[in-house]
Ligand binder design. Structure first.
Ligand SMILES: [Zn+2]
Length: 130
């Protein structure tokens, strides 16, 4: 699907976050991104395998400003779908895309989580060579 543009966006977010983080920790000549954790909702329509493939192929391609991502490892955490029943207010995890309230059997519910794909954390290594 659109995994390549998603990864391109992700790499930009990673570099921005790495730069912000290194600024907070003082000057350094090189920032290496070691690990990236993203959350992938089951309703996001994103295929984790395709994101992994695209990431491994594209990492390192947008390196600039002293941030390198060519060794970055990507961890994709699947996020289950959480919904709240409109009828009785019960919050539940949706299994097998079955939007059925386990308490009152209503199908009238609102999705609370599991719809998006986003960056959670990054691990960086700062190289101070002054
Ligand atoms: Zn209910």
């Amino acid at each position: 699907m659109h995994e390549r543009s998603l990864v391109r966006l992700l790499l930009h977010q990673i570099i921005e976050a790495a730069l912000k983080n290194s600024l907070a920790q003082g000057n350094c000549s090189e920032i290496r991104v070691r690990k990236v954790v993203v959350a992938c909702g089951e309703l996001s329509g994103v295929e984790p395998e395709l994101v992994s493939l695209a990431f491994n192929e594209m990492r390192g391609s947008t390196d600039h400003s002293g941030v390198t991502t060519d060794q970055a490892e990507l961890e994709i955490r699947r996020q289950p779908i959480l919904a709240r029943c409109i009828e009785c207010g019960f919050e539940f995890k949706v299994e097998d895309f079955e939007f059925l309230c386990p308490t009152c059997r209503s199908t009238n519910n609102q999705v609370l989580a599991g719809e998006d794909f986003h960056l959670q954390t990054i691990d960086i290594e700062l190289d101070n060579r002054l």
